[in-house]
Ligand binder design. Structure first.
Ligand SMILES: Nc1nc2c([nH]c(=O)n2[C@H]2C[C@H](O)[C@@H](COP(=O)(O)OP(=O)(O)OP(=O)(O)O)O2)c(=O)[nH]1
Length: 129
């Protein structure tokens, strides 16, 4: 099983950062929570901090873990490991995405999310006041 960490980055006004995978890549054009594969010997938290630094040039503080999701796109199972987090330093730059979008909770469901992200999105939205 491949472990993949994903960050639900909380910004001002209750907004969340959605990132679009570039065309031509696996799941191209789909929206995701930024992150990536956990390396051997690495904790999930360390992997998320590393990935968000590499992909978006931001330093984050991790807030809390959400429920893990196991999904298979037909290439073997992946386990998506989500955390909410906030930005401590930097402004997100789209180095590996075709688009970055800060969304209000009410706008999130309209995006075309990667399938494995949907249960995570539902859990996040269900936990809002
Ligand atoms: N980073 C990230 N990956 C996700 C999410 N949802 C989801 O299904 N995935 C999938 C896409 C990839 O198959 C896998 C790992 O993503 P990645 O971004 O680290 O890997 P990658 O694009 O280099 O993948 P690949 O080249 O090996 O296909 O997890 C998500 O919210 N964030």
């Amino acid at each position: 099983m491949i472990d993949v960490v994903a960050g639900l980055i909380l910004g001002p006004h209750g907004k969340l950062l959605a990132c679009r995978r570039p065309e031509g890549k696996h799941l191209g054009g789909k929206w995701e929570f930024p992150g990536g594969k956990v390396e051997a010997g690495e904790s999930a938290e360390a992997a998320l901090i590393r990935e968000l630094q590499e992909e978006l040039e931001i330093t984050v503080a991790i807030d809390k873990a959400l429920g893990r999701v196991v999904h298979d796109y037909g290439r073997g199972p992946i386990q998506l490991i989500p955390f909410t987090c906030t930005i401590e330093k930097g402004e997100p730059q789209a180095h590996e995405h075709s688009e970055l979008r800060w969304c209000l909770p009410s706008q999130l469901s309209a995006l075309d999310w990667a399938a494995a992200d949907l249960p995570i999105l539902r859990e996040f939205l269900a936990g809002l006041p």
